[in-house]
Design a protein around this ligand. Sequence first.
Ligand code: TA6
Length: 300
Amino acid sequence: MPMEHLNQRLGIPGIARFDEGEGGLARLTLTTPDAAAEIYLHGAHVTQYRRRGQPPVLWMSRKSWFEPTRPIRGGVPVIFPWFGARTGEAPPGAASPNHGFARLMVWHPDAVVQERDEVRALFSLHPTASTRATWPYEFELRFTVTLAPGCLRMTLEVENTDAKPFRFEEALHTYFTVGDVRQVKVHGLEGASYLDKVANGPVRQPAQPITVAGETDRLYTGTTAECVLDDASLGRRISVRKRGSNSTVVWNPWTAKAAAMPDFDDHEWPGMICIETANAAADAVTLPPGETHVMEAEIA
Ligand code: TA6
């Protein structure tokens, strides 16, 4: 849809505006007195959230791709219907991109609503011939991004519009800007169990906050805890509250993995950490026909 039609249909002067972002991809910018956010229709991908006068809350790689066939690196990739590498059976020859197909597709902008001092944008995603070829289920995804005083709220609804149940994984794979990842502490997951993707095994988090001193890739399961990112070098604390999510992923690629990613500059890994709101592995969701599952992350 041409940009001017989007702005005619959904734009709100001074509050919500569509334009051509990086790579010519359609982008929605939301502005309130308190903050601003940017969302690309490609992947319904939130690429920025910042409070007035403060450093950005979300991290973006300076080498991110902005191409229709590739994921944006940074911000909040919307992960569905599998997390990480696809497991289990897949139709022969089916495309099984890492972290599923939702972040590689253009979502439909359905509405932009301003209510009092909040503004929210609603997006939806439906099956296509290519999703059906790789994942033979009927669904509707609805993603709502709310810019409210002091916080960013993201709500992912998965509706099973099929006649049979399906099982899915999902994540709001949020990249946070930090001053120096080697000086951060992540509170909230003390004592929780996690799958350590680096050591390849189950581990229990000791009764102390998470610190990062090397490649860190952990899937905490069975936890609904709020996390607090304590960033000593930027002198700020960011809370990640969630509902409808039983998994939290904490990731920093460190030097080798950062160097191995072409869309991730070799020297920018100290400036980021992912704290991801998810349902993955043992926490995957099985959804009966006609039912809707809601997962929400609130960043403050
Ligand atoms: O969330 C952590 C993780 O699963 C890591 O294993 C790493 O693969 C990261 O996601 C990024 O994946 P991507 O496909 O976006 O490069």
